[in-house]
Design a protein around this ligand. Structure first.
Ligand code: ZN
Length: 138
């Protein structure tokens, strides 16, 4: 598999507007997109810090994965997303290596990316997301 860069860092927050204010007014970054990802039961806000994207995640439901994360661990870094050049191939490669995936097949994430999460039990405690931007290439 070919991992090209860190696509983004995902941060779980309780209140999107409050946290956007911190990133804009204190850190001086600009929120360039807010998007609801119904599939993951989140509302997301995006920032670029230089070349690195930051994704803030607010849960839209008490049942969603981010709600469960906040309940267990509170606010903070939720996942790290790596860009790969071929997500299907990457998942197959990882499965062969015995890495447990949460998503065995890619699904649509925010910003039209194809994404898949790996299980933190297989990745030394870090919830790891793989992303491929098929729009960019094809
Ligand atoms: Zn993400």
């Amino acid at each position: 598999m070919k991992t090209t860069h860190i696509e983004h860092i995902g941060i779980a927050v309780r209140n999107l507007e409050d946290s956007i204010r911190f990133y804009e007014e204190v850190l001086g970054l600009k929120c360039y997109n807010i998007e609801v990802v119904a599939d993951q039961k989140v509302r997301t806000a995006f920032f670029m810090a230089g070349q690195t994207k930051i994704e803030l995640l607010e849960s839209t439901s008490d049942e969603g994965p981010v709600a469960r994360f906040l309940e267990k661990r509170g606010e903070g870094v939720h996942h790290i997303a790596f860009a790969v050049d071929n997500i299907e191939e990457a998942l197959e490669h990882l499965t062969q290596k015995g890495i447990k995936a949460i998503d065995n097949k890619p699904r649509k994430g925010a910003e039209g990316l194809d994404i898949a999460f790996l299980h933190p039990g297989s990745t030394f405690g870090v919830l790891t997301e793989l992303c491929e931007d098929k729009n960019k290439k094809r």
